[in-house]
Write a protein that binds this ligand. Structure first.
Ligand SMILES: [Zn+2]
Length: 139
């Protein structure tokens, strides 16, 4: 006997037992395997991890992120910063300090700063976040 995780077309995953893998193929083709949740007979073999009773976000959170996921996350961060923060370029450290001390309008900014500048800002308790560089897509 062999067990497979089977997934129906509505993404329900269930475990089913077969004499062997060709028995599965034959039964699946004949529409003899029905989803116990919705009765769907359009089924296919699912990846080994069962996903029943597990929210999608939790399934992702439990997973070690793949390089592609990390790249997507960093790309999203960059996009968010570009859309929501003003680009102050090389003036970043100076402008962050002005905002912190109320000399400049409070807003999100992004720009370039040297390691020393960032260190100084941190020491002055100014909130700065170093954005990871965008990974090369072929990395
Ligand atoms: Zn189903």
């Amino acid at each position: 006997m062999i067990s497979f995780n089977i997934r129906c077309s509505k993404e329900h995953v269930f475990e089913a037992w077969f004499n062997n893998s060709s028995a599965y193929e034959a039964q699946a083709k004949a529409g003899e395997i029905a989803c116990p949740i919705c009765g769907d007979t359009k089924v296919e073999k699912a990846p080994m991890a069962p996903r029943v009773n597990m929210g999608k976000s939790r399934a992702v959170a439990n997973k070690t992120p793949s390089p592609a996921m990390v790249r997507e996350f960093i790309t999203e961060m960059h996009r968010h910063v570009k859309e929501n923060c003003e680009d102050v370029g090389d003036q970043f450290a100076e402008e962050a300090r002005r905002i912190h001390y109320g000399e400049s309008e409070e807003r999100g900014i992004h720009g370039k700063a040297s390691d020393e500048e960032v260190q100084e800002l941190v020491e002055e308790n100014i909130d700065v976040l170093r954005l990871p560089d965008l990974p090369r897509s072929d990395a």
